[in-house]
Design a protein around this ligand. Sequence first.
Ligand code: ZN
Length: 415
Amino acid sequence: MPLRAKVASSVSRTAAALSRAAGRGDGSVIGGWIGLKIDPDLLAHLSTGRAIALVSGTNGKTTTTRLTTAAVGVLGRVATNSFGANMPTGHTSALAKAGSTPYAVLEVDEHYLAQVLEATDPHVVALLNLSRDQLDRAKEVAMMAQLWRAALVRHPDVRVVANADDPMVVWAACPPADPAQGHVPPHVTWFSAGQRWHDDSWVCPECGSTIQRSGEQWWCTGCPLRRPEPQWTVEDDGVLDPTGAWHKIQLQLPGKVNLGNAATALAVAAEFGVRPVDAVSRLGTVTSVAGRYAQVDRDGRNIRLLLAKNPASWLEAFDMADVAPTLLSINARDPDGLDTSWLFDVDFSPLAGRQVLITGDRAYDLAVRLDVNGVPFRHVRTFDEAVRAVPPGRLEVIANYTAFQDIRAELDRVN
Ligand SMILES: [Zn+2]
């Protein structure tokens, strides 16, 4: 590395360590920020000589990054931004902290994919899904797909691993090749991770016609865009690889959603030459991811934490949760997005028949929503009150971002 990059990298590590020592989080954002101030090309310098995978999408990227890191670990040391700091400051800090590693797997905020592609020149990019996120901040889904597509046009050599079930992702992953410009079609490997949430992909991003669906298939009624045949699929409790071999997957993470994430991780690792048969046992070592899926025992209740931050991830959380008493908690602070009207995009009827408790700053918004869905509920003021209100056994907690952090802090305080 050039001298400036070495200095920047060292200062970045020191700043992150000081921030951690001062009890101000893991320090990755401030460390990366200072490093990039000293050397604006620091991320590019730190990426040189590493084989890198980027993982992006609206949902599932933290978990998929963790699973992919475990799978690629078959080959050697892997740098990763495991604390979910998924912007260039976080990537810079993660690579500076890891020192020299042959591999890196980085979770990337979908808005920053183009910038991080440019800086890191990755070997492979995994595109998971695109759906509406925080209403007051996120870009429109079609606009995000357009940004991804434009970024991939500028990087024809990157290998793409993409979700065949999401029309927006498929369109973004296949930019038109212009032979006159020397463009070649990108190398895409398709996986099937399912798509529970269809409301952001009824309209074809290519021609504006309606997208139709039947079973797992989808196609545009006005142009050739349709679901490509995936090479990696989930079947029963395992994953089928491109050779047709089936691998049983034993995860410590719940739900079919995470089997899809495991299939994605194996597909990305295969781009580095990892055989699925060598990686599957490592996937089972991943437990909770930044507190998500964490289980805590308290007063005879087994409490499990599920994070749900936008409509698609609420549907996934309902799918992962056991049929058991369920606490829902909603805040609308800055990291959550201030607008809670998205609650009306989510169908809460899967909760009918479960004991439902609600809490959080915006519990009354939830109350209105549940009432419209005809789901009975009880409002509780504190987490303690919720624990006392349910019988011994499983308590599922589904919360959005800051509500989730509040409950984690509450559980950490007692344990
Ligand atoms: Zn179309």
